[in-house]
Design a binder for this molecule. Sequence first.
Ligand code: C2E
Ligand code: CA
Ligand code: CA
Length: 706
Amino acid sequence: MAINYDIWLILLSLIAGSFATFITFNFVTRIYHSAHSEKLFLLPIYATTVGAGIFGLHNLNWLALHAGEAMHFSVSLTFASLLAGLFVGFAICFTASKKHIAMNTLFSSSLTIGLASYAMFYLSTIALYSSALLNFNIPWLAISLLVSTCVGVVCILSLSWMKEYAGKNPLLIKTLLSISMAASTVVLYLTFNASLVIRADSLNIAEHVILNRKLLAAIITLSIICLFLIVFAAAMFYEKMGKSLFKFGFLNKQNNAMEHALSTKDPLTQLPNRLVFQNLLDAAAKRCARTGNTIAIAYIDLDHFKPINDNYGHHVGDAVLTAVAQRLQAAVRGCDSLARIGGDEFSALIEEIKSDEDIIPVVERIVNAIKLPFIIDQHHIEISCSVGVAIYPRDGDIEKLMICADTAMYKAKENGKNQFKFYDAAIESAADQISELQNDLRNAVKNGEFSLVYQPKLDCRTQMPIGAEALIRWNHPTKGTILPKDFISAAEHFGLINQINDWVIKQACSTIYTAKKFDIDLHLSVNLSHQQFRNSLLVEETVKCLNKYDVPAQNLTFEIKEISALKNDAQFKRLLAQLKDANIKVALDDFGLHPFTLAHLEDLDIEEIKLDRIFTSKIISNANSKGMIDAVVRLAHAFGFSVVAEGVETEAQRDALISLGCDQMQGYLFSEPIIEANFFLVFKQLQNQAKLNKQRAASLTVAYSA
Ligand code: C2E
Ligand code: CA
Ligand code: CA
């Protein structure tokens, strides 16, 4: 069929399309920045508006491309076509306003948009022509579906990109994109039109009402513009009613919607963001200078928040953060301000205070509020927070105040978390030490200042050495040897532990390899930090390292602290499964220090339990400790784990452990942790000693029986 264009109608379609698309950018941005409850009612309104706009545009395009024909109208088919248009609007708004759009979501949505657009076109066509007399032009049909899917992709990506756009010229970019999208809709209709071959005698006049084409086009254009203007005005009125801090900013030339949203509010918790907090702080400091008053800031950092995301998924993490924000809001006073300043970091500006005593109840309420369990998606989640408090003007100028509060917070974390700490001079010197430690540690990683020492593990029954634990030492260029207790947690805090532990594993493999030259089949345990649970490459890298040194996987054991296993349950189990596949053994370190349920132990696929040194040290003096070891040994054996007692220092402790059926021992009684060169020698000596003991026992038995 020959196409008769009506250039004026095409222009009209371009204008109405550009206008509608421009406002759709604001709609999508607004949906994206709304809270879940708000989204539930904003999305249907905006999607319906967009869908109705698309239907209107479709009719304009249709009219523009059928310029020479009389117009006919079927109510039922037109209604069906409208439904298809609404569906397209919904698919666009829903997908484009998503936080992350996965590749498959993008393509399935775009394909749906393409098919629904074609359906809309087809329904309108058969409203005018008898469907029996229509033929499809298959190549053009394929092209038109491809083009419509591509238009869907471009449309979703543009809307989605702009919802977070905070760069230059947002108005210009939106205008250009809107015009391009309206133009691509016109092109799309050309391909749609080419896909249907219409015979001249197929005009299906009988059932149709004849309308004036020009009048119809004018009505449609006006309807689209009015519809968008009305919904947009209603939305702005809603904002004005104070429903949200976020304004569209469409009419405000200085602020585009996105910039404004980014500069004021955290989208998840609806709390002011760091920038706003800084402004509030500056303003409060100026007031203080005028009135001589004091203000304080509380830097609030959640303890153990990261594992929540890892274990339960980001949606649960987000829900926890939202609930935390609500609790914090309830904990501060009406005159205080609260902000979210980072991932799991919040800050409170505490005003109208006369002395430190006025601050304490507020920060106490903050700490206590977070301590209470959260029930989210039927998960029972327990976290806590560490709070650092700094006071202005006492602790420093306003630029320094956040750093002081952060430093005090770090001290609160170091002191065992779940508490608050005031900034003071002692903390200041600690802060200096911390930054020095951080620098030194970075250098240590760079310059390879670490070494491993090895402590033998002995079989209780035969006293034969059967392996060793590798323990790290930091050989500081000026401070000498530094023990792990003085740098491991700092390395974890500064994100250096993975690099350090990678080196430990490599060094351990190298030592197992070297041991072969001394005719020792060395089984070595290395300590794993809980942060390595998140390292998805841990097992793969370890296997590579084992292969490189030609070391069997069963010669390596990872020691994982009981507390880390408890706190990172899901990740721990995932890691256990991977390690099992790789044939690498796992020991539960420092066992007995924390309540560990039996049910928990039962479904853990581990090989070994390492009883904490504290129990060994009390085995003689304290009957309860002895009873506890007895119970743990029985329980572990029932589950098929072997028990290693740490910190054996006296013969009395050794004998008591043997009598309780403990499997292995390590401690200063046998050997302190020693450097590799001496270790092989000591290992051999211990082997010889055990053999000698065995021979002596055998000859004693013979003498006795003779
Ligand atoms: P751990 O895994 O419980 O290691 C046992 C600690 O007890 C070692 O301290 C060891 O030297 C000490 N020890 C051994 N026998 C005795 C004894 O008879 N009496 C006494 N009083 N102490 C004994 P060290 O080497 O200072 O290590 C402390 C902790 O640092 C380790 O506790 C482990 O959790 C951590 N660590 C050590 N090396 C590494 C490492 O390479 N990576 C990681 N992530 N942590 C490590
Ligand atoms: Ca250990
Ligand atoms: Ca231990």
